[in-house]
Ligand binder design. Structure first.
Ligand code: NAI
Length: 332
């Protein structure tokens, strides 16, 4: 079977080529994203493989179904970029990789917080310029601080345990609390408002849904402790970036670490170093010394990429063999 593969990067080639060896799946790589405008490139394919910034809206899905595509395989966990109502109406099967390495994402979120807190991003540049001064590099001990984990799914729980290892007090918020786990880890669930008021670090680990869109906005950011840090490795639209800029300008927020950005589509994953950045909000965020941004790389470990390629190919092969795919099927 032919699989059209979108938004391909060199590491995708490397890991998927290896995983596809000996299978009946023929990979057709495209370096552009799948959208309603590019969907004709799926002609002749029975399945497509997409990532976080491909846009599977109704128009794109309708065109895919019209071309005879039967399976959409997301090589990621989040599926907020898919119109799920349209997929079930069109009879398309959508699969994703629900968990590849929650450790990869959890470890990256803590790495961002640690680097930001101890000003590693600034120290690195200084030392390379033979500037060995320490002015402005004062951080804080994590030990004894309160960390608020919003969303205690696979990634949130690992992140919480890492912070427990630092000797932090960890509080959590989730509409579906894991009470046994929390008791074992000495973590208590609290309402979101309490979490925001009490935490020195707020770390987001929940999916983007219509209910969680801009969960952190001007009102909820105002509830945060003055000087608190915000970490988001989940989805950009969980946070109102314009409100974050205001909270940074006023000094209310102590620091912001982001691996995701609400308008990252078309910017992240690409080299724009020779371009004039047109996104004024992102440009402003990049000017703050207490903001650290990575371009959606929390998943980028050898273990995670190996597992993403293995599970996705397994799923596609099982679909081809008329078996139920192993990767989680997304239902509306
Ligand atoms: P999960 O499905 O295991 O856990 C999500 C948790 O969020 C669940 O416990 C759920 O009950 C909770 N939740 C839902 N609505 C909530 C709300 N309003 N308030 C608090 N909690 C709420 O998901 P997982 O695997 O832990 O992923 C978490 C996030 O990380 C997702 O948004 C995913 O898209 C993102 N992610 C980011 C990656 C990156 O490379 N930056 C890679 C993989 C995932």
């Amino acid at each position: 079977m032919t699989l059209s593969f979108y938004d391909t990067k060199p590491y995708d080639h490397q890991y998927f080529r290896h995983a596809a060896e000996g299978t009946a799946v023929r990979l057709r790589y495209h370096d552009f994203r799948l959208t309603a405008e590019t969907v004709s490139s799926a002609q002749g394919a029975q399945a497509v493989c997409v990532f976080v910034n491909d846009r599977l809206d109704r128009a794109c899905l309708t065109a895919l179904a019209g071309l005879g595509v039967k399976l959409v395989a997301l090589r990621c966990a989040g599926f907020n970029n898919v119109d799920r109502a349209a997929t079930s109406e069109l009879g398309l099967l959508i699969v994703r990789v629900p968990a590849y390495s929650p450790h990869a994402v959890a470890e990256h979120s803590v790495t961002l917080l640690m680097a930001l807190n101890r000003k590693i991003h600034r120290a690195y540049n200084r030392v390379r310029e033979q500037n060995f001064s320490l002015g402005g590099l004062v951080g804080f001990d994590l030990h004894g601080k309160t960390v608020g984990i919003v969303g205690t799914g696979k990634i949130g729980r690992i992140t919480a345990q890492i912070y427990r290892g630092f000797g932090c007090r960890v509080i959590a918020h989730d509409p579906f609390p894991m009470t046994d786990w929390a008791t074992a880890q000495s973590i208590s669930y609290v309402p979101l408002e309490t979490l925001l008021k009490e935490s020195d670090v707020v770390s987001l680990h929940l999916p983007l849904t219509p209910q969680t869109n801009h969960l952190l906005n001007a009102d909820t950011l105002a509830l945060m402790k003055p000087g608190a840090y915000l970490v988001n490795t989940s989805r950009g639209k969980l946070v109102d970036s314009a409100a974050v800029i205001q909270a940074l300008k006023s000094g209310h927020l102590g620091g912001v670490a982001l691996d995701v950005y609400e308008e990252e589509e078309g910017i992240f994953f690409e080299d724009h170093s020779g371009d004039i950045l047109q996104d004024d909000v992102l440009s402003r965020l990049l000017t703050f010394p207490n903001v650290l941004i990575t371009a959606h790389q929390a998943f980028l470990t050898h273990e995670a990429l190996t597992e993403i390629a293995r599970v996705t190919l397994d799923s596609i092969q099982r679909f081809n063999d008329q078996k139920e795919p192993v990767a989680e099927r997304i239902v509306s």
